[in-house]
Design a protein around this ligand. Structure first.
Ligand code: UT7
Length: 330
């Protein structure tokens, strides 16, 4: 059977660190509140760099670690909701900046924090039906550009970063075993960022959104999102295990979306996965949205802690609402 095996990983976060103590000087908050409610101690913020710049750095590392030349890639998928431009896609910029001269397909997908797992799922379908053999999947977001830095409810939670993998079509048992995608658009108001495209310059009286909603910043009903995230991440981990006839004890590492340590711990507990098997880096990066899971996967891959045959369970939750899980045999 043809599977999508991860043959390379890469990640990049911008160098500037914004600590909880820095935030204490910007909004009415405290290191103690942020650390105990979220697990976050610091996050990285892009000064000069854009989503494309960050994604390209992660992508180059992934291609290098796969020991490929960029021209061997035959599909690029970038998950992001903070692309440099409305169009072209970040994926097209990545193709150009990697120097790929073949006219391969390249496109972005929008699934917020679940975006990387959505990208893996799509890439796997290309690989399984023979349409691609080597696929670059990247997740990147620069939420520092869509955050209201006066809003303590949201500005302490997010950071910028990117991660990427190269998938290769291979026969055998290693690779992506399954992926499970979900969404519920009815709940979109719990987590969203408006844009001015919504408003027609010709219609001034038929606006569905109130003025308040038109500010171009991320809005979130944190408490409601928290509860739905715990429920959905637990359920999708369960379905991923059942689909593959796996028990919690079979999982080598849980790699959850890094939004909040309390969501991560609750997901692990609901799924029956012991604490030492849960990969956590939310303390260093905060929530990097689509970058979150591939950054964690890259760190784990380069830590020397993974061996062939290990079972990785990944789960994410984000705006849409969207949520997803995936199981990889390393
Ligand atoms: O990537 C997926 C999307 N995002 C998430 O998964 C995030 C989900 N939500 C969360 O992680 C949590 O709900 C938050 C971390 C956002 C908030 O934690 P919480 O325990 O749900 O707190 P809360 O929203 O219920 O707020 C508790 C209190 C409030 O004060 P009052 O009303 O009780 O007086 C807030 O005003 O904490 C206050 N608060 C803060 N205090 C100090 C909110 N933000 C801050 C802050 N510093 N930064």
């Amino acid at each position: 059977m043809i599977r999508s095996r991860v043959i390379g990983t890469g990640a990049y976060v911008p160098p500037r660190i914004l600590s909880n103590h820095d935030l204490e000087k910007m909004v009415k908050t405290s290191d103690e509140w942020i650390a105990t409610r979220t697990g976050i101690k610091e996050r990285h913020i892009a000064d000069e760099e854009s989503a494309t710049d960050i994604a390209v750095k992660a992508a180059k590392k992934a291609v290098e670690s796969a020991s490929l030349s960029a021209d061997e890639i035959d599909l690029i998928i970038v998950a992001t909701v903070t692309s440099d431009m409305v169009f072209p896609s970040t994926a097209c910029f990545v193709q150009s900046r990697l120097g790929i001269k073949k006219n391969i397909p390249a496109f972005d997908i929008s699934a917020a924090c679940s975006g990387f797992l959505y990208g893996l799922d799509i890439a796997d379908k290309y690989i399984k039906n023979g349409a691609a053999k080597k696929v670059l999947v990247a997740g990147v977001d620069v939420f520092s550009r869509i955050i209201d830095w006066n809003d303590r409810n949201t500005c302490v939670l997010f950071g910028d970063g990117a991660g990427a993998v190269v998938l290769s079509a291979e026969r055998g048992n290693r690779g992506l075993l399954s992926s499970h995608l979900h969404s519920n658009g009815d709940h979109w108001r719990l987590l969203y960022t408006p844009s001015n495209i919504y408003s027609s310059p010709f219609k001034t009286h038929s606006r569905v959104h109130s003025h308040k909603h038109d500010e171009p910043y991320l809005k979130m009903e944190g408490n409601k999102v928290f509860k739905l995230a715990v429920q959905a991440m637990g359920e999708t981990c369960q379905e991923a295990l059942e689909h593959n006839d796996l028990k919690p004890a079979d999982v080598t590492f849980l790699i959850p979306h890094q939004a909040n340590i309390r969501i991560i711990n609750a997901t692990a507990e609901k799924t029956g996965i012991s604490a030492e098997k849960v990969y956590i880096n939310v303390d260093r990066y905060g929530n990097t949205s689509a970058g979150s899971i591939p950054i964690a996967l890259d760190e784990l891959a380069h830590s020397g802690r993974l061996k062939s045959g290990d079972i990785l369970l990944m789960a994410a939750f984000g705006g849409g609402l969207t949520w997803a899980s995936a199981v990889v045999r390393w």
